[in-house]
Structures are given as C-alpha cells and as structure tokens.
Design a protein around this ligand. Structure first.
Ligand code: FES
Ligand code: FES
Length: 152
C-alpha cells in the first residue's frame, strides 16, 4: 500500500511501487485528465505536480511519490495560479485538439506559482518540455501573460 496526498486528500494506492504514477492516476484512481503521450518524458502530456514541482508522471514510479503531495489537472483550479491559468485558457481559446493541454496547464500553473511576472524567455524555458502537435504555442504564451496579469 502506498500512501500519498492526492489532490488535497490522503490516498492509498494498492498497486506495485514500480507502476508509473501516470497509470496509478489513470487506471487505479480513475483520474483520466492526465494524458499519456510518449511515455518517455519527451512530450509533457502527463505533467502533474509533485510537491509543487512539474513532474512527468509517465517516468515517475508510484513508490517515488510516497508521502508526497500530488496534484493533477482535476484539482489545479483550487490553486490561485491554476485557476487564473484555466480562466486565461478559456478567455483566449487556447485549446485546439486539447490532448496536450492538461500538461500545458500544469506546467504553466507551476511557472506562475513560482514567478508571478514571467518574461517571454521565462515562459519559453518553463514550457519547452511541453509539446503541442497543434502548435498552440503563441496562444499558450499569451494566456500565461494574461493569467499573470489577472494574478497581479
Ligand atoms: S507521456 Fe510523459 S512526457 Fe510524454
Ligand atoms: S492542442 Fe492538440 S496537441 Fe496541443
């Protein structure tokens, strides 16, 4: 049994410690907002927060997050930065197919939690590991600036 805090609540996973966190979230906890893209830490689709840090759930074993705080897209709006990011995403109509976007929102929320006034370069650095096959990058950057303004 692996215990952790999931989206603000104590949670026990009855699953092997080497199971990727992504599968524990999707298949055991039923939280399907976190997406599988590459499975190799290359695309960012599976990004969640572990103790506030953006983390690739596809290459993180469940045992590695024992005792930690894990936040997924399902609960990100409970944080000020996450709420601001989701509102900016809607306002600027960022999403195209949507597949990459929960990972994008998690990365953007972590950035704004740490830096309330990011430059274009800060945004490019923070978001560089999150790929979007629909190429929504220009709207993503604009939405992060919009979210930063709303948090100011
Ligand atoms: S699915 Fe984890 S980084 Fe691509
Ligand atoms: S919105 Fe389609 S992959 Fe990013």
């Amino acid at each position: 049994m692996i215990k952790l805090n999931l989206n603000g609540k104590d949670h026990e996973f009855d699953a092997p410690g080497d199971m990727p966190l992504l599968w524990a979230l999707r298949d055991v906890a039923g939280l399907t907002g976190t997406k599988y893209g590459c499975g190799m830490a290359l695309c960012g689709a599976c990004t969640v927060h572990v103790d506030g840090q953006p983390t690739r759930a596809c290459v993180t074993p469940l045992a590695a997050v024992a005792g930690k705080q894990v936040v997924t897209i399902e609960a990100i709006a409970e944080q000020p930065a996450g709420k601001a990011v989701q509102e900016a995403w809607r306002k600027l109509d960022v999403v195209q197919c949507g597949y990459c976007q929960s990972g994008q929102i998690m990365a953007a929320s972590a950035l704004l939690s740490a830096n309330r006034n990011p430059s274009d370069a800060d945004i490019d650095t923070a978001m560089s590991g999150n790929l979007c096959r629909c190429a929504t990058y220009v709207r993503i950057r604009a939405a992060i600036h919009e979210a930063a303004r709303s948090l100011a």
